[in-house]
Design a protein around this ligand. Structure first.
Ligand SMILES: [Zn+2]
Length: 506
């Protein structure tokens, strides 16, 4: 269909080839050719100015311009004709879109959708920063903390702090992240791990920094939670004088498991992972997706020689440590709570520290106790943690509602109140677990059970007060409408009673 280059006109597009057949630029710098080495010209698009030929070209390329033109005209006419009478269903949809947008704009943790508007500027908010930070820590954030940590890491920590660190009354809120890393270092030194296992200071620093880096900016399962769990484990080791009953490797497993046990948590629990069919649920076939992930991330960190605090141990020692850490971290999945607690109860009457099987179960119980031990801490330490936990729960249930997934009842902001979320959990999960551990170590009664009982009283009182307030409001309301609203609120609080215990909580 193309004409020869000799007939080319002013509106044709040409391509030129050298004797080898390569396409070349037509420019003033073109070298002259000779009869033995001729350039070859080819018309690739002829008469581009003329419409009929343009249509021909479009046809050659597979477009039917005239029918497309007709369709376009038809659509234009239709729009013009119908402009005056938009169907009611379109108005209804528009209204729904508007109200949905309004909802999105008022839910701040969905700000990643780019729709949230901060309307409360100037007012004090309970969580001033989480929604303004990315999930993963930024490089700047990390570098800043690393520098601070390295500066402080060689300073001597006072004896007073070293002793305080061994008690469950320790207040994490007084310490910033770089200082927390120094405190974790103190634990490895004071349990003689650095000396016994020849852990070089640089390697411990790198390891602790990588751990810090891989805890995310979320309300609850963050680096401070990792510290609290580790610190409780550390306290339990001292309080029960475990150093005289178990060998250093077991203690090293327990402390390191606590440090690693929630690595890279994204703030959504296993139920969500499974229902939303996330990458983690797919990878681990719905079997403890989070705990498997935390553990895998831990060993990913330890794969790097410069972070591997176990690098001077023998293959056999490493094998035993790896097995132990996997066992401990996987035991933090709360869906296994009854299974592990029952196992512990069954071995308690004949508990024997020389039995590996018995020690393994005890290690799982100790990390479980540490993981959910916030209520064993002084009220001023524990209560802010509950706010953080509820914030993370509510974020999840909001997301579940938005995505049309089953809503986890103990996370629903419409059904759970602060005291109702705690009373059931303490009564049915915390106390039965703590009491069994205190059966083996009676000295723990005063350290972890008494404070938990106090917390139960505190939240039971708060629950009653809330109930009274709701009832009073219902009585004083005169209009039928407001009576109805108060009634449904009371009902929802009752529903969140004993069932409000959190099977997948922490
Ligand atoms: Zn945890």
């Amino acid at each position: 269909m193309f004409r020869s280059a000799a007939e080319a006109g002013p509106h044709d597009i040409l391509k030129m080839y050298n004797p080898k057949g390569n396409i070349i630029n037509i420019s003033p710098r073109l070298e002259p050719n000779s009869p033995d080495s001729c350039y070859k010209l080819e018309v690739v698009a002829a008469d581009c100015n003329s419409e009929p030929l343009g249509a021909e070209l479009a046809g050659a390329l597979g477009f039917d311009l005239s029918s497309m033109e007709k369709r376009l005209q038809g659509l234009e006419k239709k729009i013009l004709m119908e402009a005056g009478e938009t169907p009611a269903v379109v108005y209804e949809m528009k209204k729904q879109v508007d109200s949905f947008r309004e909802k999105l704009e008022s839910v701040e943790h969905l700000s990643w959708l780019g729709l949230f508007k901060d309307l409360s500027e100037g007012t004090l908010k309970p969580s001033p920063f989480y929604h303004k930070r990315t999930l993963h820590k930024t490089r700047e954030e990390c570098e800043h903390v690393r520098e601070k940590f390295l500066q402080m890491s060689s300073l001597e920590v006072s004896e007073e702090v070293r002793q305080y660190l061994k008690t469950p009354t320790f207040d994490n809120w007084q310490w910033e992240d770089a200082e927390i890393m120094v405190l974790l270092q103190v634990m490895y030194v004071d349990l003689d791990f650095t000396a016994t296992f020849n852990i070089e200071p640089d390697v411990l620093h790198q390891f602790l920094f990588e751990i810090y880096r891989r805890y995310n900016n979320i309300p609850f399962h963050n680096f401070k939670h990792c510290f609290c769990v580790t610190q409780m484990m550390y306290g339990l080791i001292w309080l029960t004088d475990l150093r005289s009953k178990m060998d250093s490797i077991d203690l090293l497993i327990m402390l390191t498991s606590a440090i690693c046990h929630d690595l890279d948590h994204t703030g959504y629990n296993n139920a969500y992972q499974i229902n939303a069919r996330t990458e983690l649920a797919l990878r681990y076939n719905d079997i403890s997706p989070l705990e498997n992930h935390h553990c895998a991330v831990a060993f990913e960190v330890l794969e790097r020689t410069e972070c591997n605090i176990f690098r001077n141990l023998s293959m056999d020692q490493f094998k035993r440590i790896r097995e132990g850490i996997i066992k401990c971290i996987l035991a933090t999945d709360m869906t296994r709570h009854n299974e592990i607690l029952n196992k512990f109860k069954s071995i308690l009457p004949t508990f024997d520290f020389t039995s590996k099987e018995h020690r393994d179960v005890l290690m799982m119980i100790l990390i479980k106790v540490s993981d959910i031990s916030n209520e064993a801490r002084p009220m001023e330490v524990a209560e802010p943690w509950l706010d953080c936990l509820l914030q993370e729960f509510f974020n999840q249930s909001d997301m579940e509602k938005l995505e049309g997934l089953p809503v986890t009842p103990f996370m629903d902001r419409d059904k759970v109140s602060k005291p109702s979320s705690q009373t059931g959990f303490i009564r049915f999960v915390l106390l039965p677990l703590f009491i069994e551990l205190a059966n083996l170590f009676p000295c723990l009664e005063q350290h972890i059970i008494d404070p938990v009982r106090k917390a139960l009283d505190y939240y039971t009182e708060m629950e009653k007060a809330l109930e009274r307030e709701t009832q009073n409001r219902a009585h004083s309301d005169v209009t039928g409408k407001s009576k109805e609203a108060a009634g449904s609120r009371r009902e929802s609080q009752t529903n969140a009673g004993p069932e409000a215990q959190r099977p997948h909580a922490q």
